[in-house]
Design a protein around this ligand. Structure first.
Ligand code: PEP
Ligand code: MG
Length: 930
C-alpha cells in the first residue's frame, strides 16, 4: 500500500510560554540560582545561592528577583504570578524548616531584605523578625524560655514595620521607648525587662493606629506581602537615588528581595553577630579582619549603636566557631577570587553565614590586595589591573597632616576608618554641612561630627572634608561610605562626647562648638585640636609602581596634564604626565606683579597704549614659558593663547557704582580702604579716585556683555587685538629658543581657543607663524613647534575638516563644548542640574562625565573629519573629562592620541586609559573583559 507522508498535525497542546521565574529558592544544600545571577538575584541573593550550593551553613529562604521590582515600579504592584510563586516558596521553606510562618509552638520568623546588583549599603530597607504577632510572640517566649528576647524582637518588628512599611516617623517610636526608659530609670535599652517591653508594644500599637489609621497586621502573610512591596519601594527613596547617582548605578535595575529564615544573635551569651573582611580593607594587609558583638542583632553592629569587639576575641570565646568561620571565609575568598566582606550570626553556638560579597576597600588596599592575589596565584596580572578603580588611586595622593611646624594636641584617638587628612570647621548635622560647605570658589572645609552617621546623612558626608563619629566600628555606616568616597574618616572615637542637640563636642574637659577648627588624621585615627596644615603625598609607592607596571603596557593613549606654572608641571611629571595638554596663559596674568600691566593693557583704548602694556608683560610671559619648557624637557607643552573675556580682570560694575556713590561722603577710613583697593590703577590719594573711578566704570561698561561666555573671548580677542597674539607668540618662541640654547629641548604646541571657522584659525595661525619666523631669524635658531586649535564649539566640530587645513592639532575643550552643545551655562548649571538628576532627565553631570551621545558624537565627527583632511592629525582632550575614568575610556575608543587632566588626576587617567586598552585587547583575544 502506497503511503503518503502527511504534514504533521499541529499538536493539540501547543507549548505554553513558561511564566517568568520570579522566585528562586535556596536551602537544604541546593539553590535554584547561583553566584553569576546578580542581574536577577542581586548581589546578596546571588551570594546566598552560591553559598548554599557550596553547602555552607546559610539559613534557607528565597529571593524574589529584580524583574518583580521593575514590574512594581512600572505598574505600582506585582502580578499574581509573583504572589503565587512567593507562596509556593514559602510553603517549601516551611516544610524544610518544619515550621509555619508566625504560627504554632515553634513559629517561623523571616527577615526581608533588599539586595541590588550593586551593593548600596544601608540605602534601602530591611525588616527583621517578620512573622511575630500577638500569638507567635508568646510561642517564641516559651520556646526560648526568654520572654525578654521575644518581646524585644516583637517591639523591633513593630518599629521597623511601622517605619518602613507604614511610613511612620522613627521619632514617634523613639519617644515611646525613651519615655519608658525614663519611667523605669533605665540607662541602656537592655535594662528594660519583659514587662516593660510588653508595655512598649502596647504603646507602639497605639502609635501605628494613630499614624497609619490601621492596626499592626497580625496576619503573617499580609506582613510578608506588605514588607516585600515596601522594600521594592525603597529602591526609589531619596537616599537610594542619591547613592546611585554618585556611584553611577542605573535607576532601572531595581532591587531583589531576600526572604530568609531568621537566626538570632541575641538569644544569650552563646549567640552573637558580626561582620568581617578576609583582608584588612583599610590597608590591604592579609589579616582576618572584623568585629562582632555577643548577644546582639546584626543592625547593632552595622549601625554603630554599640562599639563592637575585634574578631580575634571570638577565638577566645568560641574557638570552634572561630575556626569554622575562618575556614569558611577562606574558602569563600578562594572561590570568588577576591577579598570578601561577610556577615555572620551565631545562634546558640551554631554559626550561620548571612552574606558574602566582594569587599569595598581603600585605594591602597585595592592595590595591595591585587598584588598579593597575583603572588598567591589566585588571579592573573591582567585581572589585577581591573581590581583597582582608577579614581581610587587618589588615595596615594591624599595629603597628610603637617605636624612639624605645629603644636599637635591630640584630643582623642578613634578608629582609622578611611585614610588621609582633613582639616575643617565642626558641623553637627548633614544639613549644616551642606549649608556651611558652600560651593565652588566659596567652599569651606567642614568636618561632620556625629555620634554615628546613618544613610540619611549622605548629602552632608558628600560635602564634608572629613567625618568624625564617636561610636561605631570599622564597618559602621560612616566607615564604609567614606572609604568608598575616598574621604578621610575617623569612627568610634569614644572619648568624644557629641551632643547634636546643643551643638557641642566635649572631649578632655574642653567644649568645642560649631565653627571650631579640628584636624583629622584618617590614617592613624587621631583627632587633633585646631587647624593644621597638610602636606602632599608622594606617588612613588613601590606597590603602585608595580601595578601600574602591569597596566601601562596596555595603554594606547598618552596622558598629559593641565598645568600653568612650572611647580604644577614638575608635580605632574612626577605623577607620570607625558606633556602639558593645556597651559591657560591667563592664569599667569593674575599674579600680583602682572595684574597691573594686564589691567593697563585692558584700560588702553588705543593700540599704542596697549602695545606699551603688553611690552611689560612680554618678559614675564617669556620666563613663564621657559620654566614650563625646562620642567617638561622636550615633552609637548600646549600653550593656549589668551581666552577669557577681558572684564574678568577688572572690578565688578556694581562695585564701582557703589564706590562712586560712597566717595563724596566717605569717612577717612573708607577713603583709605578705597585708595588701597584701587592702588593698582594708580590711586595714591583720595583726589585720584574722583577721576579714576568713573574712568574705570566707563571702560567696564564698554566691556560689559550680557553673555560673556559667548562673547568677546577666545580667538575673538586675538583677532580684534592682534598685538596680544603677537606678544604671546613672541614670548613662546623666544623662550623656546632660549632653553634650546641651554641644551634643553622644547616642544611647543600653540593653541588657538574657541575657533568656529577656518578663517579665524588661519588669521591667528598666520600671526603665530610670522612671529615665529621673525624670532628665529633674529635669534639665529629655529625650534620645532605646531599651531593647532581647541575644538570647543559645535560648529568647529562639524567644520573640523575645514579647520584642519590650518590646524596641526586639535584639543577638545569639552568644558565649553558641553556648555555650547547643551546650551547650559557651566557656571550656572547647578540651578537646574540637581532637579535634572533627581528626575532622571540626565543620568550624570555632563560637565563631569562626557555625554557620549551628544557631545561625544561631536567629538567623533570632529576627529573623523579632521583626520580626513590631515591624516595623522594629533588629537587630545583638555576639558575636565580628561581625568574622569569613563570619559577616558571614551577618548580611547574614539582614537584620541592623549587625554589631559589636572596633575592630581594623572594617575587615575593613566590607569583608566590602561584599563580601556586592556579591555580592548583581552576582548580580541577572547579573554576577560570589563
Ligand atoms: C574647555 O573649554 O574644555 C577648556 C579646557 O577650556 P576652559 O575650561 O579654560 O574654558
Ligand atoms: Mg574653554
Amino acid at each position: 500500500m502506497a503511503t503518503t507522508t502527511l504534514p504533521e498535525a499541529p499538536s493539540a497542546t501547543k507549548a505554553q510560554p513558561q511564566p517568568t521565574k520570579y522566585v528562586y529558592f535556596f536551602g537544604g544544600g541546593k539553590a535554584d540560582g547561583n553566584g553569576k545571577m546578580k542581574d536577577e538575584l542581586g548581589g546578596k541573593g546571588a551570594g546566598l545561592a552560591e553559598m548554599t550550593n557550596a553547602t555552607l551553613p546559610v539559613p534557607p529562604g528565597f529571593t524574589i528577583q529584580t524583574e518583580a521590582c521593575r514590574e512594581y515600579m512600572r505598574h505600582g504592584g506585582v502580578s499574581q504570578e509573583v504572589d503565587r510563586q512567593m507562596e509556593d516558596a514559602l510553603s517549601k521553606l516551611e516544610t524544610l524548616q518544619g515550621q509555619e510562618l508566625g504560627k504554632g509552638s515553634n513559629p517561623l520568623l523571616v527577615s526581608v531584605r533588599s539586595g541590588a546588583k550593586f551593593s548600596m549599603p544601608g540605602m534601602m530597607d530591611t525588616i527583621l523578625n517578620l512573622g511575630l504577632n500577638d500569638e507567635s510572640v508568646e510561642a517564641l517566649a516559651k520556646r526560648t524560655s526568654n520572654p525578654r528576647f521575644a518581646y524585644d524582637s516583637y517591639r523591633r518588628l513593630i518599629q521597623m514595620f511601622g517605619n518602613v512599611v507604614l511610613e511612620i516617623p522613627k521619632s514617634a517610636f523613639d519617644e515611646v521607648f525613651d519615655a519608658k526608659k525614663k519611667q523605669k530609670k533605665a540607662k541602656l535599652d537592655t535594662e528594660l525587662d519583659a514587662k516593660a517591653l510588653k508595655e512598649v508594644i502596647a504603646e507602639y500599637k497605639k502609635v501605628v493606629k494613630k499614624h497609619a489609621k490601621r492596626d499592626f497586621p497580625q496576619n503573617s502573610h499580609d506582613q510578608l506581602v506588605m514588607a516585600r512591596d515596601a522594600v521594592f519601594r525603597s529602591w526609589n527613596n531619596d537616599r537610594a537615588k542619591h547613592y546611585r547617582r554618585i556611584n553611577n548605578i542605573s535607576d532601572d535595575l531595581g532591587t531583589a528581595v531576600n526572604v530568609q529564615a531568621m537566626v538570632f544573635g541575641n538569644l544569650g551569651e552563646t549567640s552573637g553577630t558580626g561582620v568581617g573582611f578576609t583582608r584588612n580593607p583599610a590597608t590591604g594587609n592579609k589579616e582576618f579582619y572584623g568585629e562582632f558583638l555577643m548577644n546582639a542583632q546584626g543592625e547593632d553592629v552595622v549601625a554603630g549603636i554599640r562599639t563592637p569587639v575585634h574578631i580575634s576575641e571570638l577565638e577566645k570565646i568560641m574557638p570552634d566557631v572561630y575556626r569554622q568561620l575562618r575556614e569558611i571565609t577562606t574558602r569563600l575568598e578562594q572561590h570568588y577570587r577576591d577579598m570578601q566582606d561577610f556577615e555572620f550570626t551565631i545562634q546558640d553556638g551554631k554559626l550561620y553565614m548571612l552574606q558574602t560579597r566582594n569587599g569595598k576597600r581603600t585605594g591602597r588596599a585595592a592595590v595591595r590586595v591585587a598584588i598579593q592575589m597575583v603572588e598567591e596565584g589566585l588571579i592573573s596580572k591582567e585581572e589585577a589591573i581591573f581590581r583597582v578603580e582608577p579614581n581610587q588611586l587618589y588615595d596615594f595622593l591624599v595629603p597628610r597632616l603637617d605636624e612639624k611646624r605645629a603644636k599637635v594636641e591630640v584630643l582623642a584617638t578613634g578608629l582609622p576608618a578611611s585614610p588621609g587628612a582633613a582639616v575643617g570647621q565642626i558641623v553637627f548635622t548633614a544639613d549644616e554641612a551642606v549649608e556651611k560647605a558652600g560651593h565652588g570658589a566659596t567652599k569651606n572645609p567642614v568636618i561632620l561630627v556625629r555620634a554615628e552617621t546613618t544613610p540619611e546623612d549622605i548629602h552632608g558626608m558628600e560635602v564634608a572634608a572629613g567625618i568624625l563619629t564617636s561610636r561605631g566600628g570599622m564597618t559602621s555606616h560612616a566607615a564604609v561610605v567614606t572609604r568608598g568616597m575616598g574621604k578621610c574618616c575617623i569612627v568610634g572615637a569614644g572619648d568624644v562626647g557629641v551632643d547634636e542637640r546643643t551643638r557641642q563636642m566635649r572631649v578632655k574637659g574642653q567644649v568645642f562648638k560649631e565653627g571650631d577648627w579640628i584636624s583629622l588624621d584618617g590614617t592613624t585615627g587621631r583627632v587633633i585640636k585646631g587647624k593644621l596644615n597638610t602636606v602632599e603625598a608622594s606617588p612613588d609607592d613601590p606597590e603602585l609602581t608595580k601595578l601600574l607596571g602591569w597596566a601601562e603596557p596596555f595603554r594606547k593613549i598618552g596622558v598629559r596634564a593641565n598645568a600653568d606654572i612650572p611647580r604644577d608641571a614638575i608635580q605632574a611629571r612626577a605623577f607620570g604626565a607625558e606633556g602639558i595638554g593645556l597651559c591657560r596663559t591667563e592664569h599667569m596674568f593674575f599674579a600680583e606683579d602682572r595684574i597691573p600691566h594686564m589691567r593697563a593693557m585692558i584700560m588702553a583704548d588705543n593700540e599704542k597704549d596697549r602695545r606699551a602694556a603688553l611690552k611689560k608683560l612680554l618678559p614675564m610671559q617669556r620666563s613663564d614659558f621657559a620654566g614650563l619648557f625646562r620642567a617638561m624637557d622636550g615633552l609637548p607643552v600646549t600653550i593656549r593663547l589668551l581666552d577669557p573675556p577681558l572684564h574678568e580682570f577688572l572690578p565688578k560694575r556694581e562695585k564701582l557704582m557703589v564706590d562712586i556713590a560712597v566717595l563724596p561722603n566717605a569717612t577717612s577710613a573708607q577713603k583709605k580702604a578705597l585708595i588701597e583697593q584701587y592702588s593698582e590703577y594708580g590711586a595714591k590719594a583720595a583726589g585720584d579716585l574722583k577721576k579714576l573711578l568713573p574712568e574705570l566704570l566707563r571702560r567696564v561698561e564698554e566691556l560689559h556683555e550680557f553673555n560673556p561666555m559667548l562673547g568677546h573671548r577666545g580667538c575673538r580677542l586675538g583677532i580684534t587685538y592682534p598685538e596680544i597674539t603677537e606678544m604671546q607668540a613672541q614670548a613662546i618662541f623666544e623662550a623656546a629658543v632660549a632653553v634650546e640654547k641651554e641644551g634643553i629641548k622644547s616642544h611647543a604646541e600653540v593653541m588657538i581657543p574657541l575657533t568656529a571657522t577656518l578663517k579665524e584659525m588661519a588669521h591667528q595661525a598666520a600671526i603665530v607663524r610670522q612671529v615665529a619666523d621673525e624670532v628665529f631669524k633674529e635669534k639665529g635658531k629655529k625650534v620645532h613647534y605646531l599651531v593647532g586649535t581647541m575644538i570647543e564649539l559645535p560648529r568647529a566640530a562639524l567644520l573640523a575638516g575645514e579647520i584642519a587645513k590650518e590646524a596641526e592639532f586639535f584639543s577638545f575643550g569639552t568644558n565649553d563644548l558641553t556648555q555650547t552643545t547643551f546650551g547650559f551655562s557651566r557656571d550656572d548649571v547647578n540651578k537646574v542640574l540637581p532637579t535634572y538628576l533627581a528626575e532622571g532627565i540626565l543620568k550624570q553631570d555632563p560637565f563631569a562625565v562626557i555625554d557620549r551621545e551628544g557631545v561625544g558624537e561631536l567629538v567623533r565627527i570632529g576627529i573623523e573629519r579632521g583626520r580626513k583632511t590631515r591624516p595623522g592629525l594629533e588629537v587630545g582632550i583638555c576639558g575636565e573629562h580628561g581625568g574622569d575614568p569613563a570619559s577616558v575610556e571614551f577618548c580611547h575608543q574614539v582614537g584620541m592620541d592623549y587625554v589631559a587632566c589636572s596633575p592630581f588626576r594623572v594617575l587615575t587617567a593613566r590607569l583608566a586609559a590602561a584599563q580601556a586598552g586592556a579591555a580592548d585587547k583581552l576582548k580580541i583575544e577572547g579573554g576577560r573583559t570589563k
